[in-house]
Design a binder for this molecule. Structure first.
Ligand SMILES: Nc1ncnc2c1ncn2[C@@H]1O[C@H](COP(=O)(O)OP(=O)(O)OP(=O)(O)O)[C@@H](O)[C@H]1O
Ligand SMILES: [Mg+2]
Length: 276
């Protein structure tokens, strides 16, 4: 069983006593000689479910790469799960943007998930029975066990995304970084992935950060959002972020916010064709 009881991730269930999952202090990031964003100061508490939003090129993927130690900060201080970022941190589960599309055709689901345990050494050593059991657990947990022996190229986008998430959770991640996990999924599959994230969050006490362009399917699980506005990251409770003025400014196009009679929030493109 790879699941963690609540609080086991950091030894205590009291959020106040736990190290932040991700903490930035006055951080700036430079790529190709250009500042992507600056003045990054925020703290994501352990156990949060955070949407990461902003227009194309704003630096959402860059934020994840910073947390993963794949990219140094040009300035400021970064801490992930109480320590400076370092490559290969097994406590972070990562599903990169367009991950499943970029995979070789031939890889089997089970082998992909096994990579989450054995990393680059896969293929050079046999896995232990305990490791194989953990892979089975992760595949079952995401509902992908039935197609574990199939090749990724033979699966639908929703099935592939489940396997990618299984790889990210197989090594008991305390922090999950998912870069656009809902891209190219139909409504039903989007909802099923969001439900899976909500369940994983509850069962494993894992902190989740999700990059998304459409907030709507994620609103039931998000507690807060980081939004990259005017070259700076901001961090606020989700209800403060789902505001017409803020989202319109963020995306540079009119965005409306609707609250249903049941109290559910929705965002919608508010542009109207004046000819109609
Ligand atoms: N390897 C790289 N070398 C140089 N510049 C890069 C590199 N990767 C990204 N950039 C630049 O950094 C900026 C932020 O890119 P990033 O991929 O973080 O954006 P994003 O918010 O994830 O966008 P998208 O919504 O399109 O995925 C962009 O201007 C991009 O051109
Ligand atoms: Mg990106």
């Amino acid at each position: 069983m790879t699941g963690l009881p609540a609080g086991a991730a950091t030894g205590t269930a009291d959020p106040a006593e736990r190290p932040a999952a991700l903490e930035l202090e006055d951080v700036s990031v430079v790529r190709g000689g250009r500042t992507v964003w600056s003045d990054g100061t925020f703290s994501v508490r352990a156990g949060a479910v955070v949407g990461v939003i902003g227009p194309n090129g704003a630096g959402k993927t860059t934020l994840f790469q910073l947390a993963l130690g794949l990219l140094p900060a040009a300035g400021g201080r970064v801490e992930v799960l109480g320590a400076p970022p370092r490559r290969g941190n097994r406590r972070i589960g990562y599903v990169p943007q367009n991950y499943t599309a970029a995979l070789g055709d031939a890889i089997r689901c089970r082998d992909l998930v096994t990579l989450g345990l054995t990393g680059g050494r896969f293929g050079l050593r046999r896995t232990s029975a305990a490791e194989r059991a953990r892979v089975d657990d992760a595949l079952r947990r995401v509902g992908a066990y039935d197609y574990a022996e199939r090749r990724m190229s033979e699966l639908s986008g929703g099935q592939q995304q489940r396997v990618a998430i299984a790889q990210a959770i197989v090594d008991d991640a305390h922090l999950l970084l998912l870069d656009e996990p809902l891209a190219n999924l139909d409504l039903r599959n989007q909802q099923e992935i969001v439900r899976l994230l909500g369940d994983l969050h509850r069962e494993r006490d894992v902190t989740i950060m999700v990059v998304a362009h459409d907030l709507n399917p994620l609103l039931p699980v998000l507690t807060e959002a980081i939004y990259l506005l005017d070259g700076h990251p901001h961090h606020d409770p989700i209800t403060d972020v789902v505001q017409e003025e803020l989202l319109t400014h963020l995306y540079g196009t009119p965005v409306g916010v609707v609250r249903t009679a049941q109290g559910d929030l929705f965002t919608r493109a508010a542009w109207r064709d004046p000819q109609r």
